[in-house]
Design a protein around this ligand. Sequence first.
Ligand code: UD1
Length: 425
Amino acid sequence: MEKLMIEGGRALRGTVQISGAKNSALALIPAAILAEDTVILDNLPIISDIANYIDILAELGVSVNQRADSFAIQPQAIRNTALLGDNVGKLRASYYLLGSLLGRFGEAKLGLPGGCNFEPRPIDQHIKGFEALGAEVHMEPDYVHVKARELVGSKIYLDVVSVGATINIMLAACRAKGTTIIENAAREPEIVDVATLLNAMGAQIKGAGTEVIRISGVQYLGGCRHSIIPDRIQAGTYMIAAAATKGDVLIDNVIPKHMEALTAKLLEMGVHVHEMDESIRVVGQPVIHGIDVKALVYPGFATDLQSPMTTLLTQARGVSMLIDNVYNNRFQHIPELVKMGANIRIEGRKAMIEESQLRGAKVTAADLRAGAALFIAGLCTPVGDITEVYNLEYIDRGYDHLIDNLTALGANVWREPVENLQKKA
Ligand code: UD1
């Protein structure tokens, strides 16, 4: 167990390279096992969630050859094993194996997914989709069993715009007989990335990135090579950190279009943002203004950037308001920010945030993006203040080379074993 140590008072300056997108990678890997041949995925992030996914693939007999950030996924010897061990519970995106194993074998038995459980995260829309394709679904207390004699294309209207359900249905529907239409589909860039990979494998998917996706089932999916899109949440985190520390950072390897909602909000606050073809420069300003932010489904402001944004709003003049319309209860970072001196009130689904002087403190990350809010807060404290963020393992799930990147940008950050701290205390 380790904690992240951050000394305050240093503005971030320099260039940071963004890795491939975690949320794409976690869907591309299960998509790849639908292929009969090797699928090479380039530019994958080096994070613990990916390592955990590869351990799950080993249980299925899928071997993975890694060279730097390229992963060759070899599903030729895949067998349909019930996945009931601990690995499945380590990450939420293990639920994509329901869709891909159902597509490939007509059956999947999977332990309940884990991940950041900031609130109950149901999978009813995934199940609705599988049932519409002809599968029988049995939810047991600690596993899900889906089985279909034959998958048949169908029209599925999602009651909730869900990234996971859209991708999971797409995975199974690729191998269904006939055409599947997903209506009220999620439009996140990661969905487009998954459809691009599946189409390169031989699938016939149209409309990914819009509210209606049409999938014509095929009998065979083959190998291919695919380069993953950049991680818009990591990029957004560095953009916010640059603004919060009043620094000057060039964020390289991004798709500026994916950042539009955040860029608009930073500009509204008075931060300078310059977009280039594949990079964005964020120049923090001495005075920034409070604003209202609503987290929505894409192309709205990303819920995963809501927590880091809370920290930035503590550095803005006046009172800001933040609402998360995707999750009802994603404010676990707020009590920890309050421990650091943040003046924030939660009123129902709203957080009201006032300009605050943050101070170093011992705080705990309740989930991955709460962790991002806290390390940015640590960077905003005065010179000499030290912030200790516990549950570093959450942050390791999603931030590729975080310490190296922050250090290269001039921050003083390091890891320490938690035991050392307890001995010192
Ligand atoms: C994905 C992302 C996560 C991000 C979220 C929303 C991955 C691995 N994770 O999670 O980082 O925060 O999108 O952008 O890609 N819902 C239901 N029933 C369902 C499915 C979802 O009610 O069957 C609800 C959820 O509780 C939530 C909302 O729909 O309130 C959106 O969830 P969803 O888009 O499915 O999130 P994930 O795909 O799990």
